[in-house]
Write a protein that binds this ligand. Structure first.
Ligand SMILES: [Zn+2]
Ligand SMILES: [Zn+2]
Length: 372
């Protein structure tokens, strides 16, 4: 069996057992088995379903981490929930574990390799859970990859640096005052307040030189009688910015608008942060090594220096909570269509080997890399 067939066979195995966030039980068991068979010291059940594999040279040197996400997405078909690997995490696992096997087979001469199989990327909680267990603390360099949609990188192209967007999800609950529909003067209509909030939020003006967006994604209200003033509304918002500092400004503006608009009408507002994911901060320390590894694999015409995506990625929590950790995250072009998170997502499997070769060469370069 050649390397292409080997990766594809592993992909088939992971693809056939899709499991969502924190339920990656069969997936984790398969990953642990592959690592054990390759000769890694394996710990399972880390932060729930995470798996850590260690390969130790017993010589001084850095600890190089290689991270893959493991969870799938849930779709509803014929009123039934089904899991599908529509974000390519099955491909990431196959690539990372194939690299792990190659490192064990060919041996490492210095430092340690730590394979990090991370749960729950899709709900933005897996990275934080692993951070809280301390398993990331001794890692000096953390590498990973994501399949790229065709529009960002085609087959045979690899992105050296991905700028991930900061995302925040907010939910606001407005409490007004009900009254008979004939006496609106005695009530506080939560529908009016919700509409005012949305209109004001749409009038936010942030720095036009920075990319950002905020939009309402939920407006639930009007559960009372048709002839009564509506007293409650729930609004949801999706906020995205390319810079973490801009996110703080945008969030403050949305909080302020919800609170002040509700006050203006005499209503109460509760606003809560449902989820957030920081954007990536530029990490230039190992960028030259990444570029060299990509050129060696796909030539200079295959190298894409950087891409900005409006998608979030929870690996950015590693940068946020361990600022000294050096990270390298490549984007693998593989003619992926129609897009990530599409249940019909498919890609050119022959490109997976490029991801394997680039990560393998990067781990080896970093194990020899001098820290300042
Ligand atoms: Zn995803
Ligand atoms: Zn993903």
């Amino acid at each position: 069996m050649n390397q292409d067939e080997h990766i594809d066979e592993m992909w088939q195995q992971f693809h056939s057992i899709p499991e969502p966030a924190f339920k990656e039980v069969k997936t984790a068991a398969l990953a642990a088995k592959i690592l054990q068979q390759a000769g890694y010291e394996v710990t399972s059940g880390v932060g729930g379903t995470g798996v850590i594999g260690i390969l130790d040279s017993h010589e001084p040197g850095p600890v190089v981490g290689l991270r893959s996400d493991m969870d799938c997405l849930i779709f509803t078909e014929n009123y039934k929930e089904i899991g599908i690997h529509a974000c390519g995490h099955d491909a990431h696992m196959s690539i990372v574990l194939t690299v792990a096997e190659m490192l064990a087979k060919n041996g490492i001469k210095s430092g340690k390799v730590k394979i990090v199989m991370q749960p729950a990327e899709e709900i933005g909680r897996g990275a934080r859970t692993l951070l809280s267990t301390g398993v990331i603390d001794d890692i000096d360099y953390l590498l990973g990859l994501h399949l790229m949609p065709k529009e960002l990188a085609a087959s045979g192209q690899i992105v050296a640096q991905i700028h991930w967007t900061a995302c925040t999800l907010l939910e606001a609950e407005i409490s007004g005052q009900t009254a008979h529909g004939s006496m609106p003067n005695l009530g506080i209509n939560a529908i009016d307040i919700g509409c005012s909030i949305i209109n004001t939020i749409n009038a936010i003006h942030m720095n036009p030189l920075e990319s950002w967006s905020v939009k309402p994604t939920r407006f639930q209200t009007g559960e009372g009688a048709l002839n009564a003033i509506c007293d409650s509304a729930t609004l949801g918002f999706d906020l995205r910015t390319t810079k973490n500092s801009e996110m703080e400004i945008l969030k403050a503006k949305v909080f302020n608008i919800v609170k002040k608009t509700s006050e203006l009408y005499g209503a109460q507002a509760k606003i809560k942060l449902v989820g957030s994911c920081p954007g990536s901060e530029d990490d230039l320390d190992i960028l030259e090594l990444i570029k060299t590894a990509i050129i060696a694999e796909v030539g200079s015409t295959g190298l894409i220096l950087e891409r900005t995506t409006t998608v979030g990625e929870d690996l950015n929590f590693y940068y946020q909570f361990r600022p000294k950790l050096k990270t390298g995250f490549i984007g693998l072009g593989c003619n992926l269509t129609p897009g990530l998170h599409d249940r019909n997502m498919h890609f050119n499997h022959k490109d997976l080997i490029h991801g394997v070769n680039v990560l393998y060469s990067l781990v080896n370069s970093l194990l020899k890399f001098e820290k300042e």
